[in-house]
Design a protein around this ligand. Structure first.
Ligand SMILES: [Zn+2]
Ligand SMILES: [Zn+2]
Length: 351
């Protein structure tokens, strides 16, 4: 279950939603990032409607544009015709339904090219976060959401509610998680003799860019990824230079894990297996961010979405007029997530 894509305050635009209904009511589209649950129907939707409405436009960051084209090489022409890229942190005026709308793309700290969109009309100021991750002490660094050092007034926030219901989650910041990862590898290299291989499971096809760059810098080597992933990143720097699709070039692998018992790098007796995961951390009983299972397997907590605590801090800091839930996690109804969000937003407002 996901959000309809319509921004109530600005008719005629859709974000991260490419259903029939969106094409009937919108001619201006925005994409926050290239995870597949945000691009569903994009190619087919545009293919089906571009001839009926030649004014269809898709706005996204230039990194997302490159990845979209890499993911859909057979549709490069279509994408070149419809995509307009937005620079980060610059207010651009876009005509939508006869109205001039100010739009600013702001980095969302989620995956490469991912952005939040700040929409401004004469009537209202609205933030669409898409998927995002910010710790409370990172909020004051989001320049585009401040004016003379003060948080701007947001009338409405469309919020990444992935972990809104998870009261106990307390993830390390993304920086801290990388620090824990580098330390775990250091320990393994120090205390293990002979051939050494490190295999890190990627939580998703894209989203590990900062991790890949940090590993490459620290251990002065490229990181092996499978061909599919390698091709998605072609032209996206600096991360692409940190990758290799030749498994023999490096001792650090972030390729797709092989099946147990197969002759894959991750199953080698020389391998340290690392799992970066928010889900693992969520289900375990203790609250350690790092958990070793013997000398050759380690789990490390890592989340690309804000925790409930971070969402509360976000709402308390910006005090938006209201908030709309973007993500309805499996097992929940839209109403119950929205009620919870209203409750938290209202409490944040009154504190
Ligand atoms: Zn995402
Ligand atoms: Zn590999």
């Amino acid at each position: 279950m996901s959000f309809s894509g319509f921004i109530e305050e600005i008719p005629g635009l859709s974000v991260d939603s490419f259903r029939e209904e969106n094409f009937e009511k919108s001619s201006t589209f925005f994409l926050t990032h290239c995870h597949t649950d945000h691009t569903t129907g994009l190619i087919n939707g545009f293919l089906n409607h571009i001839y009926a409405n030649s004014n269809l436009i898709l706005y996204c960051s230039s990194e997302s544009a490159t990845i979209l084209k890499n993911m859909n090489p057979e549709h490069t022409n279509l994408l070149d015709n419809i995509i307009w890229t937005l620079p980060f942190n610059q207010n651009c005026f876009i005509p939508i339904n006869g109205m001039s709308v100010g739009v600013t793309a702001i980095r969302a700290n989620h995956c490469v090219g991912s952005c939040m969109f700040l929409f401004r009309t004469n009537e209202s100021t609205v933030l669409y976060t898409g998927d995002f991750r910010f710790h409370w002490f990172e909020l004051m660094d989001i320049k585009a959401l401040h004016n003379n050092g003060w948080p701007i007034q947001l009338d409405n926030v469309y919020l990444d509610t992935t972990y809104l219901k998870q009261i106990t989650y307390n993830f390390p910041t993304r920086k801290k998680a990388i620090h824990l990862l580098l330390n775990a590898i250091d320990d393994f290299l120090e205390f293990t003799a002979g051939q050494r291989i490190v295999h890190i499971s990627r939580p998703a096809n894209i989203g590990s860019e900062i991790i890949i760059q940090s590993l490459a810098r620290k251990f002065n080597c490229q990181i092996h990824v499978d061909d599919e992933c390698y091709n998605f990143y072609r032209g996206v720097e600096p991360v692409f230079s940190c990758m290799t699709n030749n498994p023999n070039n490096t001792f650090i692998h972030m390729c797709k894990p092989g099946k147990p018992g197969t002759n894959h790098f991750c199953n080698s007796p020389a391998a340290l297996k690392i799992r970066l995961s928010a889900q693992w951390y969520a289900i375990q009983e203790n609250t350690n961010w790092v958990q070793w299972e013997g000398a050759r397997a380690v789990n490390i907590a890592h989340s690309m979405h804000s925790s409930r605590k971070e969402l509360k801090a976000f709402l308390r800091y910006f005090k938006p007029g209201c908030a709309v839930a973007l993500v309805i996690p499996d097992g929940y109804y839209q109403d119950e997530i929205q009620v919870e969000l209203d409750y938290i937003a209202c409490k944040a407002y009154n504190n």
